[in-house]
Structure formats: C-alpha cells, structure tokens
Design a protein around this ligand. Structure first.
Ligand SMILES: NC(=O)c1ccc[n+]([C@@H]2O[C@H](COP(=O)([O-])OP(=O)(O)OC[C@H]3O[C@@H](n4cnc5c(N)ncnc54)[C@H](OP(=O)(O)O)[C@@H]3O)[C@@H](O)[C@H]2O)c1
Length: 254
C-alpha cells in the first residue's frame, strides 16, 4: 500500500482575502510547508507586509491587488499569477464579508455587497483558476464557507444565504471538474477568533452564548482552519471532492 502524503512542497497557491484574519494565516501556514503563495486582497500595503514576512522567513510570496467584485479584475490577476508562477495548484477562495442585521433591517446594499463578494466573487475566482487547473489536469479549489451554510444563525439571513450558495457551487464544480483532476471542496468553520470577531468574542456575555452552542467548549483558531486547508490541498485528499468539511467543534452535530 502507498502511504498518504501531505507534502505540498513547491506547489503554487492563490489565497484571496489574504490581507488579514483567516486568509492571512492560511497564506503563512501554506508558505511554512514550502508552498509558493500569491497573496491577494484590496489592501496592497497589508499584502506587502505579509509577503515580506513570508519572504524574510525563507518562503516565497508575491502580493497582487485584487477586488473580487470585478470579474475583469479577477481574470486579469489570475492571468498575472499564472504568468508569474507558471501554474496554479491551489486556490483558497477565502475573501468574504460577514455583516449581521435583523432580517427586517437588511437593505438592498447589504444584500448586494455580501452576494458580490461571498458568492459572485468566489464563483468567478473558481472559474478563472479552474480554467487554468483544467488545462493543467490538476488543481485543488477550497472554498471558504461557514457553519452558517448548514444551520441558520439569527441576524445573518444574507450571510447564511451566501454560504449555503457556496456549498452548492462547491458540489456542482466538483461534479464538472473532478474527472479532470481538479477537486473542489469547502470548509465550514464555526466562530474563529480573528481581528474581525475579537470585539464580539471579547464580550464575556456574547462568548458565553457562543460556547453554549459549541460542544468542544472553545472557539476555533486560524490554525484550525489552516489545518483543514492543508489537508484538502494535499495528495492525501485526492479522493475528497464536493464535500463540506465542518470545522465547528461540534456546533452542527446537535
Ligand atoms: N471569522 C470567523 O469566525 C469565520 C467563521 C466562518 C467563516 N468565516 C469566513 O472566512 C473568511 C475570512 O473571514 P475573516 O474572519 O478572516 O474575515 P476578515 O478578517 O474580515 O477578512 C476578510 C478578507 O476578505 C477580503 N475582502 C473583503 N472584500 C473583498 C473584495 N471585494 N475583494 C477582495 N478581497 C476582499 C479582505 O481584504 P481587503 O479588505 O483588503 O480587500 C480581507 O482580507 C470569510 O469568507 C468568512 O465568511 C469566518
């Protein structure tokens, strides 16, 4: 029998939403195991800092400004990344917005902004990278979903709808692309402690409400999510496609 391999050395990954939070950590974790990373987001200064940190530590990272709300921008930047590295093995489709409002207060602008980034942007990034991967006959697409894709979360109507859509896109792309060597999966985390969630999770009352729903009795870390990305990107996960990997401490098991 062959032993499973988790070796990603020398592969090329694109990480969207890499300027902070989970994407920032995923880029560093991939670089730490020898993956060359194209780090993308709108905030080029933060990407420059991230790329410098990775390159100073002996890794390889190149920053690319990318606004995933523009399909034209997505196609241009994926082309530039492909030209620079010669291939794209892994796409971590992580850019996302998580505004929350009671459903009665949701505006058309709230709806459009979350749909544009979480669903439309994610789809067209997958399409642009997917075209390159299909040509190569190899690729790993990892879409960032949420536990809010499988259970309802109060005051998150639009967010839940976008993440439910991410799961369905993941399944359809897996159906179309897996026979060509391109696996497509999603990761669905529970609350992860990031700069974006710190304000809420640092409130003891809010944190208690969250922990009450998590059997593991702790919120997730960026490393928890990065570990799932590294598994799904690895040769060991070659038979895993069209799935949603919950990293939720058991929230959705009840
Ligand atoms: N944190 C959690 O508890 C949690 C739980 C489950 C799922 N998630 C999901 O995990 C992903 C990352 O979450 P996070 O907490 O790390 O969020 P975050 O700290 O708010 O970071 C979001 C990232 O998305 C980028 N982004 C936003 N709009 C963009 C646009 N138009 N074009 C390109 N990039 C854009 C931001 O970069 P710029 O502003 O520089 O463009 C930033 O790098 C999201 O998809 C989120 O839904 C998070």
């Amino acid at each position: 029998m062959d032993y499973p391999s988790f070796d990603l050395t020398g592969q090329v990954a694109v990480v969207t939403g890499a300027s902070k939070g989970i994407g920032y950590g995923i880029a560093k974790a991939l670089a730490n195991v020898g993956v060359k990373v194209a780090v993308t987001a709108r905030s080029i200064e933060k990407l420059n800092t991230l790329a410098a940190e990775i390159n100073d530590a002996g890794g390889e990272a190149v920053p690319f400004a990318l606004d995933v709300r523009s399909v034209e921008n997505i196609r241009t930047i994926m082309g530039q990344i492909h030209d620079h590295f010669g291939r794209i093995d892994i796409l971590v489709n992580n850019a996302g917005l998580g505004d929350n409002h009671p459903a009665v207060d949701v505006t058309e602008a709230d709806w459009d902004s979350m749909m544009d980034v979480n669903l439309k942007g994610l789809f067209f990034c997958a399409q642009a990278a997917g075209r390159i991967m299909l040509e190569q006959g190899y690729g790993r697409i990892i879409n960032m979903s949420s536990q809010a894709s499988v259970v309802g979360i109060r005051d998150h109507a639009v967010y839940c709808a976008t993440k439910g859509g991410v799961n369905q896109l993941t399944r359809v792309l897996a159906l179309e692309w897996s026979e060509h060597g391109v696996t497509v999966n999603a990761i669905a985390p529970t609350f992860i402690y990031t700069p974006g969630t710190a304000e809420r999770l640092d409130n003891p009352e809010y944190l208690a409400g969250v922990l009450n729903r998590i059997p593991a009795n702790k919120v997730g870390t960026i490393a928890d999510v990065a570990g799932a990305v590294m598994y799904l990107a690895s040769p060991a996960a070659g038979m895993v496609t069209g799935t949603v990997l919950l990293v939720d401490g058991g929230w959705t098991a009840q």
